[in-house]
Structure formats: C-alpha cells, structure tokens
Design a protein around this ligand. Structure first.
Ligand SMILES: Cc1ncc(COP(=O)(O)O)c(C=O)c1O
Length: 399
C-alpha cells in the first residue's frame, strides 16, 4: 500500500489500455500478427556502436568506474558539435549540456527537479501526447494543463487561446516537435511566441525533440527550440531546454541515451537533482553514445529507410484512407472512419494488426478528447511487413 497519493492519480499507460481493449478479441483467421502500435525502432543499430560495446578490454575499464553524472568531456563535446552542425547553434559543453538515460527518464525527472510543488501550478502539454509529461506533472504535485491539437487546427496547438492568467500559473510547458502522435512541427514563429510568453510569464519550455532526425527529403528539416531562441537574440537559451535521444535517430532504444541542453542555470539545477537521483550513464554507454553522435552516415541511411516505407505504404493506403504525410517522426495519425477503439479491435480480429487507438493517447478535457477518431500507426517494422500491413488495411477498408 502506497502513502504517495499522487501515484493514484496516474492513468494506466496507453499500452495497458490497449491490452485491456484487445483482451477478449480473437483473430479468427491464420494471418501472422503485425504490431504497429508501439514506436520501438526496429532498424539495425549502427555497427560502430555494437563494435564499441563488444570490446572486452575497453568494457573491463569502463565497468570498473563510477561514472560522473555530468558525463564525460568527450560525450558533451560530441553533443555540442552535433548541435552546431545540425541547428547552427553554439551550445557550451561545459554548462549547457547534460547526458541522460534516454529522454523518457529526463522528461520525467526534469519536472521533479524544476517544479515548486505548489499544487496550483500548471504544467502545459499537448493533447494527445506522450503520457510521461502528464505523469511527471502529477508526481511533482502540479496540475496538467492540456492544450488540444485538433484536426480542425491542422493538429497545431492553439496557444493563442490560452489566457494570461493560465500562462501566469504555468511553471513548465512541454512541447513536442515533430509531434508524437500527430507528426506536426511547431513553426519557428510559434516557438518565438512561446519564448516571449515564457519570459513574460516566467515559465520554462521543455521541448521534446526526440524525432527531429526522422523527416522527409522533400520537406523542411525539423528545427529546434534552441535555434529559435538563438535567432531571436536569446543566445544563452534562457528558460529553454531541449531533449534529444539516440533511440529514434540511431535505432538504439536499448542503450538508454539522450541529452538535455539549454539554459545553463536550469541545467545546473537539473544536475544537482540528478547527482542525488543517481542516474549517471555508465562509461560504456557514454563511449557508445559519443560514437553515435559523431556519425551521420547511419542516420542518413535510417532516414532513407523510413522515407521509402512511408512512400510505399502511403501509395497503397491513399485511395482508401484520409492519409496525411507527417512532417516528421514515423507515425501515421490516421482519422478512423468509425469509433477508433472499435476500429482497432475489428482490425485486430479480422486482419491481425495492432494499432493504437487515439483515444488512449489523449485526454478528455472540456468535453473533448482530441485523440478520439484517430489511430496511430507506427511504421517501425521491416518494409515487407509494412507493405503486408498496408495491404491488409486496404482489405479492411474494402470490407
Ligand atoms: C514523444 C516521445 N518522447 C520521448 C520518448 C522517449 O524516448 P527515449 O526515452 O527512448 O529517448 C518517446 C518514445 O517513444 C516519445 O515518443
């Protein structure tokens, strides 16, 4: 029995809800199961990382050390260099970068480190969303404030509709670009507006940019909150932090490696928290991560594979579904012709495909769950399996 009342506020994770929704559903045919519900990258991890992790002499040394929470100079230098190459910004590896055990852990612990604990404080977040933002706010004693990303607004958050009093109560705003699940980008203009609001109303912007490297060659490259901050003259990134990951960029979800970068004062506070939390990356993880951030060839190959998959499945699906090309990330956010949970259940029983109902990724707020009426399809499986799934989705639409 827990004495932590906030734990009882947490919702089941979307995958638990999906398991429950499918518990009594049985596929009646003999089709092999295809899982498109979870955004776990399936492309091959880069061999330079595998080689580094399989070097016994290096491992013996790395495993014999308590690693520093702030990470090695080599890793922070590699990250700083990557940020400079990718977003044309100068980020000081000494005090503006912190390695983390994947962005999930960091997005969660960031709220614990930064929020005041005042129960009237708000944490803004998109709706639908990556559920960690909500759990982070609740366990830190704050109130989630859901900002709808509706189809009517082309899946953009309507930040202009938020009142000055709400901004005043906000201590932290999570944004996600490219967005999971919608795949939309937050524009530079919107980023700049948000930074101005953050200064005016004194809150922090935490930008989840873990899908920034999955985009399409005929579309603009996703930018960064830090690039917008830099361009508007906020060159020390006051009130801005970004979260990046090797999980999607480098197909290394099992390495648990990412970083947080931005405002040095915020990073300092987060480092203090993390020192006590005890979540330093092992030296073997740090070495492997350094190599991954230094290499672009595997990232280009990975991106090309996603692009090929999206082009192929979109061509198959477009005549039958209201399919929209995302601006980034590896999800289709598909409007469903019927109730989304029922759609996913029937798709499972007839075609043996699992996708995620949008209802489970959103929150009912002010009479509306903006996730409802959508399904999230994660195109992470190998190309042949994705083609097979797309063809079954067509059969499903026809029937
Ligand atoms: C939007 C978003 N943020 C963060 C994460 C966490 O990624 P990781 O902890 O592997 O860096 C995910 C993973 O699916 C995600 O979809």
């Amino acid at each position: 029995m827990s004495n932590n009342h906030q734990l009882s506020l947490l919702q089941p994770y979307p995958f638990e809800k999906l398991r429950a929704a499918l518990a009594d559903q049985v596929h009646g045919g003999d089709l092999a199961h295809i899982a498109l519900s979870i955004g776990e990258p399936k492309h091959t991890p880069p061999s330079l990382v595998i080689d580094a992790l399989s070097n016994p002499a290096a491992l013996a040394k790395q495993l014999a050390i308590y690693p520093a929470t702030r990470g090695s100079d080599a890793l922070r230098d590699a990250i700083s260099h990557w940020l400079e190459q990718r977003f044309n910004i100068a980020v000081d590896p000494e005090n503006q970068i912190l390695p983390v055990n994947g962005t999930r852990e960091a997005l969660f612990s960031f709220a614990q480190a930064q929020l005041s604990g005042d129960s009237s404080s708000l944490v803004g977040m998109p709706n639908p969303f990556y559920q960690i933002y909500e759990g982070a706010a609740l366990l830190a004693g704050a109130q989630p404030y859901y900002i709808p990303n509706t189809v009517a607004n082309n899946y953009q958050a309507d930040f202009d509709s938020i009142s000055a009093a709400t901004w005043d109560a906000m201590e932290l705003l999570y944004i996600c670009s490219p967005g999971n699940p919608t795949g939309h980008l937050i524009s530079d203009t919107q980023m700049r507006n948000l930074i101005e609001l953050a200064h005016r109303h004194d809150f922090i912007i935490a930008a989840d940019e873990c899908y920034a490297e999955i985009y399409f060659s005929d579309q603009p490259r996703p930018s960064s909150l830090l690039a917008s901050s830099n361009a508007m003259g906020n060159k020390d990134f006051q009130r801005c932090v970004v979260f990046h990951s090797l999980s999607k960029r480098s197909n290394l979800p099992g390495l648990r490696s990412g970083f947080v970068a931005g405002d040095a004062n915020i990073i300092e506070q987060f480092l203090r928290y993390r020192t006590y939390h005890g979540c330093a990356l092992g030296m073997h993880q740090q070495r492997a991560s350094t190599l991954a951030w230094q290499d672009e060839a595997h990232v280009q190959k990975n991106r090309a594979l996603y692009e090929q998959k999206f082009r192929t499945v979109t061509k198959i699906l477009a005549p039958y579904y209201d399919i929209r090309q995302p601006a980034g990330g590896f999800y289709h956010w598909l409007p469903t012709p019927t109730d989304d949970i029922e759609f996913c259940q029937t798709l499972f029983t007839t075609q043996h495909i699992t996708v995620m109902p949008g209802t489970f990724l959103g929150r009912q707020d002010q009479g509306l769950n903006p996730g409802r009426g959508h399904a999230r399809i994660a195109w992470v499986a190998p190309l042949e399996e994705c083609i097979e799934a797309a063809e079954r989705l067509v059969d499903f639409a026809k029937s």
